[in-house]
Design a protein around this ligand. Structure first.
Ligand code: NDP
Length: 245
């Protein structure tokens, strides 16, 4: 098991923008061997060029497809022979009031935010169990701690991520595998663009314009959790802009 960050093999979903991109940048600068997945290949290619990643370190994939998440993890194993960390980060937030009946968007949030995390766990766990080491980092939200109008389904998915992370922790500790959940507040990313209902989009935009902090705030939390000694599992980090409600 590699201690600290240098040479650690870190797989990140949703690395084409926002929190995932900022984390790829920081960890790569600190010597981690990152393997990055998302749907937008052009964005991944630009990031790989900027960071000087080796051939094959980016994978076009959709987290709603279990086989594609497995292919991302398999790429890390093929390139580096192991996986030390997976960051199940990909997520969407198309908020709306329940009576708008945006069932299509409820389904998408459940597929990306919950099933995507579970597929990441499914892909990484067998390797980590065999290695008897590893760390699974799931991304929840302040919305994983509280619920508000318009954010019901999103909050439900993020509550689920916290439940999954805690249950996972209890099940995998015999294998020396760490489970960490990170719950950010408003961070300046492309996330508000996933809100399609005009009134909700304006409300979310207003909150982000007032509060949002840079994405490296999240990346530093990840670096802190990863760099702990192997016998220390940072189970949960909740952070938000100082001025946020
Ligand atoms: P962004 O919209 O900037 O990034 C989301 C990332 O997820 C993109 O890289 C996107 O890539 C990827 N993604 C979305 N759907 C899929 C999919 N089906 N398959 C693969 N990748 C997908 O937002 P953030 O960086 O803010 O979001 C990252 C995580 O942080 C999310 O889980 C979000 O819920 C959480 N979060 C964010 C907060 C914030 O204020 N920004 C606050 C709390 C939590 P692509 O489109 O190329 O596939």
């Amino acid at each position: 098991m590699t201690q600290g960050i240098i040479n650690k093999v870190v797989v990140i979903t949703g690395a084409s923008s926002g929190l995932g991109e900022a984390t790829a940048r920081l960890l790569s600068e600190q010597g981690a061997r990152v393997v990055l997945g998302a749907r937008r290949l052009d964005r991944l290619q630009a990031l790989a060029a900027e960071l000087g990643l080796p051939e094959g370190a980016i994978v076009q994939m959709d987290v709603t497809q279990a086989d594609q998440v497995r292919a991302l993890v398999d790429r890390a194993i093929a390139l580096h022979g192991r996986i030390d960390v997976i960051i199940n980060n990909a997520g969407i937030m198309p908020q709306s009031l329940l009576d708008r009946l945006r069932i299509d968007e409820w389904d998408q949030m459940i597929d990306v935010n919950i099933k995507g995390v579970l597929y990441g766990i499914a892909a990484a766990l067998p390797h980590m169990q065999a290695q008897k080491s590893g760390q699974i980092i799931n991304v929840s939200s302040v919305a994983g701690h509280k619920v508000g109008p318009g954010g019901v389904v999103y909050a439900a998915t993020k509550h689920a991520v916290r439940a999954i992370s805690e249950g996972l922790r209890q099940e995998v500790k015999p294998y020396n595998i760490r489970s960490t959940v990170i719950s950010p507040g408003a961070v300046d990313t492309e996330l508000p663009a996933s809100v399609t209902e005009p009134d909700m989009a304006a409300a979310v935009r207003g909150r982000y314009d007032k509060w949002a902090i840079p994405a490296d705030s999240f990346a530093r939390c990840v670096a802190f959790a990863i760099s702990q000694p192997e016998d220390v599992d940072i189970n949960e980090i909740l952070f938000r802009p100082t001025v946020q409600d």
